[in-house]
Design a protein around this ligand. Structure first.
Ligand code: GCB
Length: 648
């Protein structure tokens, strides 16, 4: 009822057939960048906004709100973009709204874009949670399923139809989660009239963060020439002092084009070039991309400039696109994770895109503050729990040398009905979209296809196997994992197919609450079991305890800063034994407190942050900082003269 017709869901009879039935994406999704041939116009700021509060949430479609100005359909309010809409107003029904909301904005398009038929004008939405339909001047231009990845539509011909008209962009966004969405959820209609008001329905989910919704990332228009660089793929390697950049450029709009591919160092000097659309660039005296705290100049980036020239009978086209390139390798052995052939130990965090007021909206002050905090902490890595983060964040990771485990939104897959064909088809598409978007980031070293799926259920093994196989075929160069819950040992059914075992556990918290003394035994057992069975390197992908900032008790009691510290300390003692063997990383849950749905175990959200939601440190932040700087000294392979003193 809440969805209009869905496009693109392929229905086939068995999971293996789904693998073959999902058609791989055939267009690129390069991050929009200005160049001598490309212009860009951000549409961030205030949009008109209206939630469809009709009983079936479908009035907007029934009355075609997209056909004229949204304000003509009824009252509209100001809504900032990018931002989640939930915490912007004082309206409780909007905070907890389920269904379609409508955004609209009129844009003045530069006259040249309209006049020049040799120019493509592309509308791009960085992310809209969850399902979106987009119209320009009342005509539908695209729709997209999935809340964390970009989508685009070419709108040049549409805006040229009536050049004097302003360009009116309408985007309807629906946050409803069903058994087949990612993450999944169910809608429950509360039909008992002795208990619930007429028409009440609720969204049930099996994940632990607030289902923020809206236009979460920048919306923009950008141009390319009609013949353009559609996609670039780079895979890097090195031999002794020589860097190797294998690349592939795909061009659209013409059968043939003249290309010039130039790799430049960070001072703009050309170090290698080619005129082929795919090939190998060799770089003498290569400067490798190194993680933060592993080298004195981490995050070294070259630039690959792709210049294109093409002509048809009437026009000539020139396009220029520049891609940052970090040269590095990633490998996994039975007990190590190697970056540039050197053992890498993940000492980092799990994050959320989450903050006061903006919810999951992209916010530059927050992004920069978080990077400053991560670097202060001595964190060399994070996992994008539990969905792909903004590209702007990954670009920061590339430049600062912060290593990323890139996770798809496969979180809360607990219901057996979410392991069916439709779910798998969509999950495969999402992995496709994720790899297409993030494949060129040197910071991304591993894909995570799911978090704590109910892998013990009968269809789960084939589901996970299919997912991992597909991801490997999309990107054979990066290791793949999914995140398991150690409490549920049967959740290992996908483990034979992964490269690295990632385990979450909360000993002395969800089980044996208050009993710190169980941690050494249970954690040791956890590691020995997993390694004994699979002989694959292990990352402790989550551990931690809630602490309400400013709550103290000694001896430690749950929810105090002392208890959080004590849990961390006990885990660390075991990590220090096992990291000499096969444990290759530890990621604290969580970097900062974050909002969740309401429930009896959450006091204004999850408080396992080592920073508050406002990014102020708890005692655990100082404990972790001391440890991470020590780990950087011991495992970071920095030359002695740059070693970071623990007393920093
Ligand atoms: C987990 C989940 C994470 C939760 C965390 C917790 O295992 O992966 O999403 O927030 O535990 O605090 O319960």
């Amino acid at each position: 009822m809440l969805f209009p017709d869905r496009l693109g869901v392929v229905r086939v009879v068995c999971l293996v057939a789904v693998f073959d039935a999902v058609v791989p994406l055939d267009t690129g999704m390069l991050f929009p960048r200005e160049s001598s041939s490309r212009e860009l116009k951000e549409l961030n700021g205030l949009w008109d906004f209206r939630a469809d509060k009709s009983a079936n949430r479908n009035q907007g479609f029934e009355r075609s709100w997209y056909k004229s100005r949204l304000a003509e359909s009824g009252p509209v309010i100001d809504m900032p973009v990018p931002a989640s809409y939930n915490d912007i107003t004082q309206d409780i029904t909007l905070r907890d709204f389920i269904g379609w909301v409508w955004y609209e904005r009129e844009v003045v398009v530069p006259a040249r874009w309209v006049a020049d038929k040799g120019t493509r004008v592309v509308l791009r939405v960085g992310s809209a949670h969850y399902y979106s339909v987009v119209w320009v001047n009342g005509e539908k231009v695209t729709e997209h399923e999935g809340g964390h990845l970009p989508f685009e539509a070419e709108i040049g011909s549409l805006i040229r139809k009536n050049p004097t008209m302003p360009c009116r962009i309408t985007i309807a966004v629906n946050n409803t989660l069903t058994l087949e969405t990612l993450p999944p959820g169910t809608i429950q209609h509360m039909n008992d009239r002795t208990k619930y008001p007429d028409g009440l329905f609720v969204q049930n989910t099996d994940f632990d963060f607030f289902n923020y919704a809206g236009l979460h990332r920048p919306v923009l228009l950008y141009t390319t020439p009609k013949v353009y660089v559609d996609d670039i793929t780079v895979v890097t390697d090195f031999l002794d002092d020589t860097g190797v950049v294998r690349y592939d450029v795909s061009v659209r709009g013409a059968a043939t084009a003249i290309l010039k591919v130039t790799l430049m160092d960070n001072e703009g000097h050309s170090v290698s070039s080619s005129s082929e659309s795919s090939g190998v660039l060799k770089v003498a005296d290569v400067k490798l991309w190194w993680p933060y705290l592993m080298h004195e100049s981490p995050g070294y980036l070259y630039s690959m400039e792709v210049q294109l020239m093409a002509a048809d009978g009437k026009w000539t086209y020139e396009d220029v696109y520049t891609l940052p390139v970090g040269i590095r390798t990633v490998q996994v052995t039975s007990s190590q994770f190697l970056i540039n052939n050197k053992p890498f130990y993940f000492h980092g965090v799990n994050k959320h895109e989450d903050s006061d007021i903006r919810g999951k909206g992209l916010d530059w002050p927050l992004i920069v503050k978080d990077f400053n905090l991560m670097k202060w902490l001595g964190a060399n890595s994070f996992r994008t729990s539990h969905y792909p983060y903004a590209e702007e964040i990954l670009q920061m990771c590339d430049r600062h040398g912060i290593v990323v485990i890139d996770e798809c939104p496969g979180v809360g897959i607990k219901d057996i009905r979410s392991f069916g064909n439709a779910s798998l088809s969509h999950h495969l598409v999402v992995m496709d979209e994720l790899v297409r978007r993030d494949k060129n980031h040197p910071s991304v070293v591993m894909w995570s296809v799911a978090n704590e799926p109910a892998a013990e259920l009968p269809p789960a093994e084939l589901y996970l196997k299919t997912l991992i196989k597909r991801t490997r075929s999309l990107d054979p160069t990066r290791p793949i994992t999914y995140i398991t819950a150690s409490i549920n040992y049967a959740s290992d059914k996908g483990a034979p197919y992964v490269d690295v075992i990632c385990v979450n556990s909360y000993f002395s918290w969800y089980q044996d609450s208050g009993h710190l003394e169980v941690i050494p035994i249970q954690l040791n057992t956890q590691f020995e079991n997993w390694y004994g069975k699979y002989q694959k390197p292990i990352i402790q992908s989550e551990y931690g305890a809630d602490a309400v900032s400013g709550l103290h008790r000694d001896p430690p009691v749950m929810f105090t800063e002392e208890y959080q510290n004590a849990v961390l300390q006990s885990y660390h003692d075991v990590f220090d034994q096992k990291r000499k063997q096969y444990v290759i990383g530890e990621l604290i849950w969580n970097f900062a407190d974050f909002m969740t749905k309401q429930g009896v175990t959450r006091v204004l959200g999850n408080k396992k942050g080592i920073f508050s939601r406002q990014r102020q440190p708890k005692a655990a932040a100082f404990l972790l900082r001391k440890r991470y700087l020590r780990l950087a000294n011991e495992t970071g392979r920095l030359p002695p003269w740059t070693k970071y003193p623990c007393s920093l």
